[in-house]
Ligand binder design. Structure first.
Ligand code: DC
Length: 219
């Protein structure tokens, strides 16, 4: 069984997806981590994330997979665990750029689908309900006011010891949103059969409750 959760940055997808996966005893698939891992290697290799040709060439000599250990996912690129290095501002910005490259998306598609075959999965990202798992029985699209999303992301950064000016967080989020929503391939849009949830005024637990209620009525 696949539960697809899509939505923009800062909407609370990861928190909610983790809670839901724990509650249902499912694997939690963070597809953003896969884009981030590609971006990590691109930066490591001294390639510009906007250089489509070089990025695509790099994929030919790249292996990427996720390992699940006691409910925790570890991203392995060329056999090395990079999970702890994927949340820096540099990787975040580069992930947004490489995710707009169609061949990168195609390359990651079978990797994501293979993880979906491992059992019941709560998968979160931008195109899970539309492209990665279009036949998922449960699809949710989370959204929230831009101001709320900026505040949430800012709090996360501060908690991770990476406090930056609120204005910088706003600029980063808006630029990523704009790219994710307008890219030609697999843009961020709700699947026609996704249930929309506005999380602006809801706690993560309340969002999970809404999801559980929606799934029980659909069962
Ligand atoms: O969810 P995240 O912030 O970790 O994602 C990092 C980047 O990867 C984000 O800018 C958009 C991209 N992404 C995507 O295009 N499709 C996905 N399914 C997941 C992430």
């Amino acid at each position: 069984m696949i539960i697809a959760i899509d939505g923009p940055a800062g909407v609370g997808k990861s928190t909610v997806a983790k809670l839901l996966a724990a509650r249902l005893g499912c694997l939690y698939l963070d597809t953003g981590a896969l884009y981030r891992a590609v971006a990590w290697k691109v930066l490591r290799s001294g390639i510009q994330p906007t250089d489509h040709e070089q990025v695509v060439k790099l994929l030919l000599s790249t292996s990427l997979h996720m390992e699940f250990n006691e409910g925790m996912a570890h991203v392995l690129i060329d056999g090395n665990s990079v999970t702890g290095e994927l949340r820096t501002p540099e990787v975040t910005a580069a992930a947004s750029l490489v995710s707009a490259i169609p061949r990168v998306r195609e390359w990651l598609l079978p990797i994501q689908r293979q993880i979906g075959e491992c059992g019941s999965v709560v998968a979160e990202g931008r195109d899970i309900g539309t492209r990665v798992f279009p036949t998922a029985p449960y699809k949710f699209f989370l959204d929230a006011d831009a101001t709320v999303r900026v505040e949430r992301r800012h709090r996360e950064l501060v908690a991770a010891g990476r406090g930056e000016a609120m204005e910088a967080t706003y600029q980063d989020l808006s630029a990523r949103d704009q790219r994710d929503r307008t890219r030609q391939i697999a843009p961020l849009i709700p699947a026609p059969d996704a249930r929309l949830i506005d999380t602006s005024l809801l706690s993560p637990e309340q969002v999970v409750e809404q999801m559980m209620a929606a799934m029980s009525t659909e069962l």
